[in-house]
Write a protein that binds this ligand. Structure first.
Ligand SMILES: [Zn+2]
Ligand SMILES: [Zn+2]
Length: 158
């Protein structure tokens, strides 16, 4: 995958130059931790949207910097690449949407077999194009066959 260009020149300058790093030293920044460090993606987002109350990019919930957990602003990477800190890749997200997106991304990938033990690879693997979930063709076929049999027994299919 080709990386997007980082560090696009912009008004602030300070943050744009440092977007390739996970954490940057910005003592006095509103989001700085005790050691004066700020997560780069959070600094980029702050630079982009400013202080105050914002809406979650995904669900529209009102969220604010430094609010309690569920109403706090999290900086979400739209393309899930945590190293891509260009401003257009970072959006404000609420706790629930951020968590949900990470679960969606990682859970199906870890599965190597379906719940019936068929291997999820090669010709038996079906990836849904709309949401990327991995499904077992053997089980899909079996489910289809069961339905077909049932309908046949009930006389719906001759
Ligand atoms: Zn949300
Ligand atoms: Zn299966």
């Amino acid at each position: 995958m080709e990386k997007k260009k980082l560090g696009r020149p912009q008004g602030g300058g300070l943050v744009a130059k440092t977007t390739r790093y996970r954490k940057i030293k910005l003592p006095g920044h509103p989001l700085a931790q005790k050691d004066g460090q700020v997560y780069a993606h959070r600094a980029v987002l702050f630079d982009k949207i400013g202080p105050g109350v914002h809406s979650c990019h995904w669900c529209g919930l009102h969220i604010a910097w430094g609010a309690s957990k569920r109403n706090s602003i999290l900086a979400d990477h739209v393309d899930n690449d945590k190293w891509n800190n260009s401003p257009e890749n970072i959006v404000p997200a609420c706790y629930r949407c951020n968590l949900h997106r990470h679960e969606l991304k990682s859970a199906p990938v870890l599965k190597e077999t379906c719940i019936h033990g068929h291997e999820l690879n090669g010709s038996n693997l079906y990836v849904r194009p709309d949401n990327g979930s991995r499904q077992c063709r053997a089980c899909k076929q079996a489910a289809f066959n069961r339905l077909y049999k049932k309908r046949k027994n009930e006389g719906e299919i001759k």
